[in-house]
Structure formats: C-alpha cells, structure tokens
Design a binder for this molecule. Sequence first.
Ligand code: SAM
Length: 409
Amino acid sequence: MTERNATQPPGAGESTGIIAKLLSATASRDGDLRGVVGEFGVARVGRVLLDEILFRACLDDVPLADGENASVHVVLQHGGERFSATVSPRHVHVTDEPDPAGNGAGSLPAPVVTQDLTEVATALYGPAELITSVTRTIRWPGPGVVFPTPERPNLPRAYYDVARRVVQVMERSEQVDLTELAVRYGTDKWSAMHQYTRNYERHLGPLRDRRLNVLEIGIGGFDDPARGGKSLRSWKHYFPRALVYGIDILDKHLVDEPRLTTFRADQSNAAEVTEAAEKWGPFDLILDDGSHISEHVIKTFGTLFARHLRPGGLYIIEDLCTSYWPEVFQGDDTDLADPRYTIGFLKALVDGLHHEELLRPDAREPRPTDTTVSGLHLYHNVAVIEKGSNTEGSVVADVFRARRQREGR
Ligand SMILES: C[S@@+](CC[C@H](N)C(=O)[O-])C[C@H]1O[C@@H](n2cnc3c(N)ncnc32)[C@H](O)[C@@H]1O
C-alpha cells in the first residue's frame, strides 16, 4: 500500500483489544457480537475488519502494469449503519461511494461487495463451521465490464484478482501454507538457513482453525524497534483466530500491529518472562527462537512449560545445532548427553517420557516433566514438545518390578 488516507485505523493496541472481544463473541452462536459492535460502533469495528481483510488478502501481490490499478469497494453494514472503503493494491480510501481513482486513470469502475458486518466478523474470527455468506452481494458495474470491445477484448487480470482475494478472505477460503508465508514475510524458517515449515505443517496444521494464544521468543530485526516480526506476522497470517505475542531482549514495540503484541524481556530472566506470560498467557503454542544459548533455552522452558503452556499445547525449540557449537552460542559437544546443553536436556526428556518403564528405582532422579511431557518430536535442528498427561502406566514393567522385589534385587 502506498497511501492511507481518510479515516485512520485505531492503534495496534486498541485494534487488538477490539479483536480479542470479537474472537470471544464469534466463538459460538451464542456470543454477543451485536453487543461488541454496539460498544465500539460500526465505523471502528468496520475499520478493524477491513485492516484484517487487507492483511490476509495481500493485495500488493497482485501484479500491476505501470499506471494500472484495480480496486474493489467493500461495504460492511449493520443495523442501518455502514462502513465502506475502496481498496486496491496501491490505495485504501474510506469513502461512501466507490472511489474512481482506486482503479487508476481511465480504468474500470470498481465492483461493490456488500455484506453484513457481523457475518464478516464471524468469517474472519469465528470457527469454520459458523462461516456463512448469505448477506453478501457482489455488484459488477454494468455492461462496460461484461461485454468485450475491440479495444478491450479481455479485462485486465488484476481487475478480478483484487476482488477475488478480498472475497476469499471474507469467506476464509484463501488459505496459504506456512512455507509460502515464511517466504512472503521473510522469516528464515524456510530459507537457505532452515527448512522448518514442512515439519511445522504436520503439527500446526490441525490447530489452524482454533482460537489460540501464540508466543514466540525472539522477534528479530536487530536493535531497530521498528524492524523484525517476520515470523510473528507469518503466525498471525497462518492462524487467523490467534493472538500473537513476541518477546525480545530488545524493544520492538514499533512492530506491534493488530493481533500482534510485543514485550521486552530477557528470556534468561524468569521474572521478566513470567510478567509477560501472566499478562497474555496461558499459551497454546510457544516457540523459542531467541538467544539460542542452552542455559537460556533450558531456563525459559522451566519458566514457561509447566505454568504458562496449556495442556495439549506445543513447545518448540529451534536451532538445536547451537547446542553443539562452542564457537557461538556457548555450545559444547564434548559430552553429548550433558543436560546443561539443549541436546542433552532433550535426551533426558526422552528418558522422562519412558519413566514408567525404568525398572531400577535409582535409574534417575524423577522430574516434574516426566508426567507432563506426552510427546517429543525431533527433526533436524527443531524439537516439538507436547504437553499432556504421560501417566499411561506399564503393565509389563510392573510385572518385572514385582519380580525383582520378590527376588530382593
Ligand atoms: C533469530 S532472531 C529471531 C527471528 C524471528 N523469530 C524470525 O523468525 O523472524 C533472534 C532474536 O532473539 C533475540 N534475543 C537474543 N537474546 C535474547 C534474550 N536473552 N532474550 C530474549 N530475546 C533475545 C534477538 O534480539 C533477536 O531479535
């Protein structure tokens, strides 16, 4: 987008607050969505929804020739009031009537998409089974765009592409995969450095439609408060019903945007991390892409896993290679089972996962995670740890234990 004029959107924090209420109100048929619209007004809620539509529609991906533009006029109406705007890859104009400038000089009038605001809010933030589009109309601007002429045998592809993208977001059928999003937002989770997204799809794909709180440690962008947030944006896009949070040792508040909130905290400082977690948790997904120093990684896991990750949640640790590297990240590869390093720590979790199978009572010190880590998935440089109940018991181990006891062993 090169220009934003007319009604400015609410600030990031205010938008996120409105979205949090919309997420609750759209979670079931009984939610008080009308109450939320009544509280904030059609204009403000409409603006929040429009910004969400624009974020997901990625109109700047539509190829345009020099001087070309293509727009769609979106009308969100509710209870006799309306919020409307003409949007295009180059321009967002909050306006009652379609803005002809939105299509570029001498070009085509915009199609008009009209829908009830509460139906759109549900499509953006509610569970998939509640999505409908019964109040939507699309009005194409007359014969001029339908019938070919010798001068214009075909409409420019962008003309339909812009409307298609907006409408698909309004029915949540625009889904893109995580690899595409990693490339789009520039995070290294799929890059020359790493190939994490394929494995993430396996674990995160089933969560995609859920209402989630996502926390990532490590925002990126060096010491510029306005830079970074590449992976946070990809989570925001991938999980349409998530509130996304980022922690970094550096101030990143200028990265904040609707549904995406940052907090300055040193991950090796339990009090600072706890302050953020108590404010925004509990989380359904936590990713550690921060300092990559084993001591910090292990300490952060200790701070967050038990108290601030929901049962059924996932805890992901990235860049495990750093555990081996003394050159950088204070790693060590002399004792590959040393639990002071991330790799050795994860290996110890493997024993914890099987704590009920160990026959010698003194085989190892019991740990709190023995009963709460229910799954451990290791990929090249990434660990995905599942939180759940690990208390299945082991009938066969019980038999062996009883026999050893009888035999005084
Ligand atoms: C690899 S970058 C994160 C990249 C980002 N997750 C992405 O994929 O776009 C690592 C980030 O961790 C932050 N960091 C380093 N040490 C930290 C610490 N002790 N606590 C919190 N964040 C830290 C750095 O400032 C940096 O922004």
